[in-house]
Design a protein around this ligand. Sequence first.
Ligand SMILES: Nc1ncnc2c1ncn2[C@@H]1O[C@H](COP(=O)(O)OP(=O)(O)OP(=O)(O)O)[C@@H](O)[C@H]1O
Ligand SMILES: [Mg+2]
Length: 508
Amino acid sequence: MNTVVPALALSGVSKHYGQVAALRAVDLTLARHSVLGLVGENGAGKSTLISVINGTVLPTDGELRVNGSVVAPGAPLAAARAGIATVFQEQGLVANLRVHENMLLGRERGFARAGFLGTNATAALARDVLNELGIAIDPMAVTGDLAFGERQLVEIAKAFALGRIYPVEPIVLLDEPTSALSDKETQILFNSIRRWRDKASIVLVSHRLSDVFAVCDHVTALKDGTVNGHWAVADATPDMLHEAIVGRPRSAGYYKESEQREDLGEIVLDIRSLTVPGQLRDVSLSVQAGEIVGVAGVLGSGKTVLGNAITGAIRPAGGEISIRGKRLKPGSRSDALAADVGFVPAERNIAGVIGMHSIEWNLTLPSLRSFRFGRWPVLSAARQARVTDSWIERLRVRTPGRAVQIRNLSGGNAQKVVFAKWLARGIKVFVLDDPGRGLDVGAKEEIYVLLRDLARQGVAIVLISDNLPEIIGLSNRIITLRSGAISAEINAPAHDKPAETAVVPHMV
Ligand SMILES: Nc1ncnc2c1ncn2[C@@H]1O[C@H](COP(=O)(O)OP(=O)(O)OP(=O)(O)O)[C@@H](O)[C@H]1O
Ligand SMILES: [Mg+2]
């Protein structure tokens, strides 16, 4: 086969949604057997581009060629036959099916034609693909029993399984696969990608520039729906990419250390001997007004469970949680809400926002009680609209207006709405689990500014994260969790931040 013909070539691709130009005359090439990084701000058009390539979105204009041949636009089956497989930004696995059933879901006929029939054959095929990718997951496991990151790996294996049906080399499109993965799972994925590079061509969307440098050969930056730069990774630097993505150079003091509050107030959140069988052991922690306490730990360390327990999303078996001296009812989300505890959970599409509702509704829902006329419980529509608009502006949510349904926002912009709904309400305690997930480098920085503002106003903040630079940069104090128990407490004053190497040994 002619090796100079690229695996994928897009020319002049545009996509308009009403007034919104999601893509404008995009040209893009993916060289055969290479990995192309696709980067850009929230709403830049990355997911739209992925959807145009896999045929689920019909472009307004433009042409797509696979191995030199034109593929019909807006035709998912034609794209699949050309070998294009996608791992979407939002997970699409069915929880009560087994792993191997999910891996061929929607492709049953193709598998049957390729000669794979019956449970044994599909399970064997699934095992084979998982093995080849180096993913240690049992194809017979029930998908819903797997951890979030493991389900993401199954999605990835599902995309690669497509290469077994159609006799073409797969072109695998990965839309932010690493944002839901721990460091360890990210390494598994990258090893899989390196192994597959001789048999496939890959597009990887990511907000982590470190992903680009770890595994990509080339990188294309999108900005406002157009291509704003293309490089061989060997010729690119993080600063160049940052500027192409955000449109301005990366600021020194990304984590706003100089604005860290050192004069803390009274204890706001007090946790005593919190226990969740098998997940948390005797965790005690207090957080003062204006303080940011970072919680670091590997997957399964209990850090997500801790966030869920503080906010009433799960009911601990023992221990107590008080807010300003008042005890919370264990496992009661409404009691935590009444005590002004805000929560940005790890799995935002489940617990964060309601997709079919508008931005305005999602943003003002937790604060409805403040939209009264005096004593009258009447909503002031005008005020609700004003508040929504001000947050859209402040967080730069890319949208034509407040009435837009959340599901029509880009992934990162939907997350900004999750933040805004708490900021609009006024809270005393803010628990955030992986707040940077899915946010572009500029939006992250905006969130960091907001967290510093909240701290200045006296909010007690618990920051759960996988991202060590973020935890170290933002926190006054860091606790590490290991097997459900606190393994260390490390001070992190603005003028004397600990090194990552001082934190990691307490996590593993
Ligand atoms: N179905 C839709 N209806 C209306 N507008 C849409 C729709 N899908 C996407 N858009 C808009 O198109 C633009 C590009 O969105 P896209 O999802 O491609 O961004 P993205 O680069 O993937 O962002 P993120 O990093 O946040 O995932 C956004 O302004 C978004 O609001
Ligand atoms: Mg996206």
